[in-house]
Design a protein around this ligand. Structure first.
Ligand SMILES: C[S@@+](CC[C@H](N)C(=O)[O-])C[C@H]1O[C@@H](n2cnc3c(N)ncnc32)[C@H](O)[C@@H]1O
Length: 242
Protein backbone atom coordinates (compact mmCIF):
# COMPACT_ATOMS: atom_id res chain seq x y z
CA UNK A 1 0.00 0.00 0.00
CA UNK A 2 3.01 2.30 0.44
CA UNK A 3 3.37 2.68 -3.30
CA UNK A 4 1.50 5.66 -4.69
CA UNK A 5 -0.21 3.65 -7.33
CA UNK A 6 -3.34 4.83 -9.10
CA UNK A 7 -4.69 1.35 -8.50
CA UNK A 8 -4.14 -1.97 -10.19
CA UNK A 9 -5.76 -1.41 -13.55
CA UNK A 10 -4.98 0.69 -16.61
CA UNK A 11 -7.33 3.34 -17.98
CA UNK A 12 -10.79 2.26 -18.90
CA UNK A 13 -10.65 -0.91 -16.82
CA UNK A 14 -13.71 -1.92 -14.82
CA UNK A 15 -12.92 -4.71 -12.39
CA UNK A 16 -15.47 -6.49 -10.26
CA UNK A 17 -13.99 -7.02 -6.83
CA UNK A 18 -15.39 -10.10 -5.19
CA UNK A 19 -14.39 -9.37 -1.65
CA UNK A 20 -15.30 -12.19 0.68
CA UNK A 21 -17.21 -10.31 3.32
CA UNK A 22 -16.94 -13.06 5.94
CA UNK A 23 -17.64 -11.55 9.33
CA UNK A 24 -15.88 -14.20 11.46
CA UNK A 25 -12.97 -12.74 13.40
CA UNK A 26 -9.53 -14.03 12.46
CA UNK A 27 -7.34 -11.66 14.47
CA UNK A 28 -7.83 -10.79 18.11
CA UNK A 29 -6.07 -7.71 19.47
CA UNK A 30 -5.04 -7.82 23.10
CA UNK A 31 -5.64 -4.75 25.22
CA UNK A 32 -2.41 -2.88 25.91
CA UNK A 33 -1.44 -0.47 28.65
CA UNK A 34 -2.06 3.08 27.51
CA UNK A 35 -4.37 2.07 24.66
CA UNK A 36 -8.04 2.91 25.03
CA UNK A 37 -10.59 0.11 24.58
CA UNK A 38 -12.11 2.02 21.64
CA UNK A 39 -8.69 2.08 19.91
CA UNK A 40 -8.22 -1.65 20.52
CA UNK A 41 -11.65 -2.38 19.03
CA UNK A 42 -10.92 -0.11 16.04
CA UNK A 43 -7.63 -1.92 15.42
CA UNK A 44 -9.32 -5.30 15.70
CA UNK A 45 -11.99 -4.23 13.23
CA UNK A 46 -9.39 -2.97 10.74
CA UNK A 47 -7.34 -6.17 10.96
CA UNK A 48 -10.43 -8.30 10.32
CA UNK A 49 -12.09 -6.17 7.66
CA UNK A 50 -11.86 -7.97 4.29
CA UNK A 51 -12.19 -4.65 2.40
CA UNK A 52 -9.28 -3.12 4.33
CA UNK A 53 -7.15 -6.18 3.56
CA UNK A 54 -8.16 -6.21 -0.11
CA UNK A 55 -7.48 -2.46 -0.44
CA UNK A 56 -3.97 -3.04 0.94
CA UNK A 57 -3.42 -5.96 -1.42
CA UNK A 58 -4.49 -3.97 -4.48
CA UNK A 59 -2.71 -0.73 -3.56
CA UNK A 60 -5.82 1.36 -2.91
CA UNK A 61 -5.48 4.02 -0.27
CA UNK A 62 -8.55 2.96 1.63
CA UNK A 63 -11.55 0.67 1.70
CA UNK A 64 -13.71 3.57 0.39
CA UNK A 65 -12.33 2.78 -3.08
CA UNK A 66 -14.65 -0.24 -3.27
CA UNK A 67 -17.72 1.92 -2.62
CA UNK A 68 -17.11 4.02 -5.74
CA UNK A 69 -16.20 0.88 -7.71
CA UNK A 70 -19.51 -0.71 -6.71
CA UNK A 71 -21.53 2.42 -7.47
CA UNK A 72 -19.87 2.63 -10.90
CA UNK A 73 -20.32 -1.09 -11.56
CA UNK A 74 -24.05 -0.46 -11.21
CA UNK A 75 -24.39 2.92 -12.94
CA UNK A 76 -21.36 2.98 -15.32
CA UNK A 77 -20.61 6.70 -15.31
CA UNK A 78 -16.77 6.47 -15.12
CA UNK A 79 -15.89 6.67 -18.81
CA UNK A 80 -12.63 7.39 -20.68
CA UNK A 81 -11.59 11.09 -20.70
CA UNK A 82 -14.18 12.12 -18.09
CA UNK A 83 -13.77 15.44 -16.25
CA UNK A 84 -14.31 14.76 -12.57
CA UNK A 85 -14.48 16.70 -9.30
CA UNK A 86 -13.81 14.63 -6.15
CA UNK A 87 -15.02 16.44 -3.01
CA UNK A 88 -13.52 15.08 0.22
CA UNK A 89 -10.90 13.16 -1.73
CA UNK A 90 -8.41 12.13 1.00
CA UNK A 91 -6.72 9.73 1.30
CA UNK A 92 -7.43 9.20 -2.41
CA UNK A 93 -9.20 5.89 -2.99
CA UNK A 94 -12.00 7.35 -5.13
CA UNK A 95 -9.51 9.31 -7.21
CA UNK A 96 -7.52 6.10 -7.77
CA UNK A 97 -10.61 4.25 -8.96
CA UNK A 98 -11.68 7.16 -11.19
CA UNK A 99 -8.24 7.32 -12.82
CA UNK A 100 -8.11 3.57 -13.23
CA UNK A 101 -11.48 3.50 -14.99
CA UNK A 102 -11.31 6.79 -16.95
CA UNK A 103 -7.66 6.63 -18.03
CA UNK A 104 -4.79 9.09 -17.89
CA UNK A 105 -6.56 11.52 -20.22
CA UNK A 106 -9.26 12.06 -17.61
CA UNK A 107 -9.17 15.43 -15.84
CA UNK A 108 -9.61 14.90 -12.12
CA UNK A 109 -9.51 17.56 -9.42
CA UNK A 110 -10.06 16.80 -5.76
CA UNK A 111 -10.23 18.82 -2.56
CA UNK A 112 -9.97 17.86 1.09
CA UNK A 113 -9.38 19.47 4.46
CA UNK A 114 -6.50 17.03 4.83
CA UNK A 115 -3.41 16.89 2.69
CA UNK A 116 -3.48 13.96 0.30
CA UNK A 117 -0.32 12.30 -1.04
CA UNK A 118 -0.04 13.16 -4.74
CA UNK A 119 -1.68 10.89 -7.30
CA UNK A 120 -0.08 11.28 -10.74
CA UNK A 121 -2.73 12.36 -13.22
CA UNK A 122 -4.93 14.17 -10.67
CA UNK A 123 -4.81 17.64 -9.09
CA UNK A 124 -5.48 17.48 -5.36
CA UNK A 125 -6.15 20.70 -3.45
CA UNK A 126 -6.10 21.21 0.31
CA UNK A 127 -8.93 23.28 1.71
CA UNK A 128 -12.39 23.45 3.14
CA UNK A 129 -14.97 23.00 0.41
CA UNK A 130 -17.30 25.24 2.40
CA UNK A 131 -14.88 28.18 2.08
CA UNK A 132 -16.11 30.93 -0.23
CA UNK A 133 -13.15 30.59 -2.59
CA UNK A 134 -13.18 26.76 -2.85
CA UNK A 135 -15.57 26.50 -5.83
CA UNK A 136 -13.48 29.02 -7.81
CA UNK A 137 -10.26 27.14 -6.99
CA UNK A 138 -11.81 23.93 -8.32
CA UNK A 139 -13.22 25.65 -11.40
CA UNK A 140 -9.80 27.15 -12.18
CA UNK A 141 -8.31 23.64 -12.42
CA UNK A 142 -11.32 22.22 -14.21
CA UNK A 143 -11.21 24.88 -16.97
CA UNK A 144 -14.74 24.15 -18.10
CA UNK A 145 -17.54 21.75 -17.36
CA UNK A 146 -17.43 18.54 -15.35
CA UNK A 147 -18.96 15.23 -16.34
CA UNK A 148 -19.05 13.98 -12.76
CA UNK A 149 -19.14 15.73 -9.38
CA UNK A 150 -18.76 13.23 -6.58
CA UNK A 151 -18.73 13.88 -2.85
CA UNK A 152 -17.69 11.42 -0.19
CA UNK A 153 -17.46 14.27 2.35
CA UNK A 154 -18.52 13.61 5.89
CA UNK A 155 -18.22 16.20 8.63
CA UNK A 156 -16.80 15.32 12.02
CA UNK A 157 -19.55 14.49 14.49
CA UNK A 158 -20.05 16.75 17.49
CA UNK A 159 -22.11 14.31 19.54
CA UNK A 160 -25.07 16.71 19.24
CA UNK A 161 -27.36 14.98 16.72
CA UNK A 162 -29.30 18.08 15.49
CA UNK A 163 -26.02 19.91 14.82
CA UNK A 164 -24.50 16.89 13.08
CA UNK A 165 -27.59 16.52 10.93
CA UNK A 166 -27.49 20.18 9.87
CA UNK A 167 -23.80 19.91 9.00
CA UNK A 168 -24.33 16.84 6.82
CA UNK A 169 -27.26 18.49 5.04
CA UNK A 170 -25.20 21.67 4.48
CA UNK A 171 -22.32 19.69 2.97
CA UNK A 172 -24.54 17.83 0.51
CA UNK A 173 -26.50 20.94 -0.45
CA UNK A 174 -23.33 22.99 -0.99
CA UNK A 175 -21.85 20.15 -3.03
CA UNK A 176 -24.93 20.12 -5.25
CA UNK A 177 -25.02 23.90 -5.54
CA UNK A 178 -21.48 23.68 -6.91
CA UNK A 179 -22.31 20.69 -9.14
CA UNK A 180 -25.23 22.56 -10.71
CA UNK A 181 -22.82 25.35 -11.71
CA UNK A 182 -20.30 23.12 -13.47
CA UNK A 183 -22.00 19.93 -14.68
CA UNK A 184 -22.12 19.31 -18.40
CA UNK A 185 -25.36 18.13 -20.04
CA UNK A 186 -25.97 14.50 -19.09
CA UNK A 187 -23.53 14.82 -16.14
CA UNK A 188 -23.63 12.76 -12.94
CA UNK A 189 -23.76 13.83 -9.29
CA UNK A 190 -22.92 11.39 -6.48
CA UNK A 191 -22.95 12.26 -2.79
CA UNK A 192 -22.80 10.57 0.54
CA UNK A 193 -26.02 11.13 2.47
CA UNK A 194 -27.17 9.81 5.82
CA UNK A 195 -30.23 8.73 7.75
CA UNK A 196 -32.31 7.13 5.10
CA UNK A 197 -31.54 9.25 2.07
CA UNK A 198 -31.46 12.73 0.64
CA UNK A 199 -33.37 15.48 2.44
CA UNK A 200 -36.71 16.02 0.79
CA UNK A 201 -36.04 19.56 -0.52
CA UNK A 202 -32.81 18.54 -2.21
CA UNK A 203 -34.36 15.33 -3.51
CA UNK A 204 -37.12 17.32 -5.25
CA UNK A 205 -34.49 19.56 -6.89
CA UNK A 206 -32.42 16.56 -8.02
CA UNK A 207 -35.50 14.89 -9.50
CA UNK A 208 -36.17 18.04 -11.51
CA UNK A 209 -32.56 18.56 -12.63
CA UNK A 210 -31.69 14.94 -13.56
CA UNK A 211 -33.40 12.28 -15.60
CA UNK A 212 -32.93 9.64 -12.86
CA UNK A 213 -32.10 9.70 -9.14
CA UNK A 214 -31.12 6.57 -7.20
CA UNK A 215 -30.05 5.74 -3.67
CA UNK A 216 -27.55 2.99 -3.08
CA UNK A 217 -25.85 1.38 -0.09
CA UNK A 218 -22.78 -0.44 -1.48
CA UNK A 219 -21.94 -3.80 0.09
CA UNK A 220 -18.57 -2.35 1.07
CA UNK A 221 -20.27 0.31 3.21
CA UNK A 222 -20.31 -0.98 6.78
CA UNK A 223 -23.76 -2.28 7.70
CA UNK A 224 -23.74 -0.39 10.98
CA UNK A 225 -22.99 2.92 9.22
CA UNK A 226 -26.02 5.06 8.36
CA UNK A 227 -24.26 6.28 5.21
CA UNK A 228 -25.64 5.71 1.75
CA UNK A 229 -25.15 7.42 -1.61
CA UNK A 230 -27.41 9.41 -3.85
CA UNK A 231 -26.63 8.95 -7.55
CA UNK A 232 -28.23 11.44 -9.93
CA UNK A 233 -27.67 10.81 -13.65
CA UNK A 234 -28.56 12.77 -16.79
CA UNK A 235 -28.11 16.41 -15.74
CA UNK A 236 -30.55 18.48 -17.79
CA UNK A 237 -30.28 22.01 -16.42
CA UNK A 238 -28.52 24.84 -18.24
CA UNK A 239 -25.49 26.54 -16.68
CA UNK A 240 -23.08 29.21 -17.87
CA UNK A 241 -19.91 27.13 -17.98
CA UNK A 242 -18.78 25.89 -21.38
C1 LIG B 1 -14.71 9.28 3.97
S1 LIG B 1 -13.45 10.40 3.66
C2 LIG B 1 -13.26 10.34 1.92
C3 LIG B 1 -12.58 9.12 1.43
C4 LIG B 1 -12.23 9.21 -0.04
N1 LIG B 1 -13.42 9.17 -0.87
C5 LIG B 1 -11.34 8.09 -0.46
O1 LIG B 1 -11.75 7.23 -1.23
O2 LIG B 1 -10.17 8.08 -0.03
C6 LIG B 1 -14.26 11.94 3.87
C7 LIG B 1 -13.33 13.11 3.67
O3 LIG B 1 -14.12 14.30 3.61
C8 LIG B 1 -13.29 15.33 4.04
N2 LIG B 1 -14.11 16.52 4.33
C9 LIG B 1 -15.09 16.65 5.26
N3 LIG B 1 -15.59 17.89 5.25
C10 LIG B 1 -14.91 18.56 4.27
C11 LIG B 1 -14.96 19.89 3.79
N4 LIG B 1 -15.80 20.79 4.32
N5 LIG B 1 -14.12 20.25 2.80
C12 LIG B 1 -13.25 19.35 2.27
N6 LIG B 1 -13.15 18.07 2.69
C13 LIG B 1 -13.97 17.68 3.68
C14 LIG B 1 -12.59 14.76 5.25
O4 LIG B 1 -11.41 15.47 5.57
C15 LIG B 1 -12.32 13.33 4.79
O5 LIG B 1 -11.01 13.16 4.32
Amino acid sequence: MAKKSTGPGGGGKRTNHNVNDARGLQVRVKTARGRKLSSTLWLQRQLNDPYVLEAQRLGYRGRAAFKLAEIDDKHQFLKPNARIVDLGCAPGGWTQVALERCGETARIVGIDLLECDPIPGATLLVGDFMDDDAPDRLKAVLRGQADIVMSDMASNTTGHPPTDHLRVVALVETAYHFAAEVLAPNGTFIAKVFSGGTENDLLQILKKDFTKVFHMKPKSSRKESPEMYVVAVGFRRENDVQ
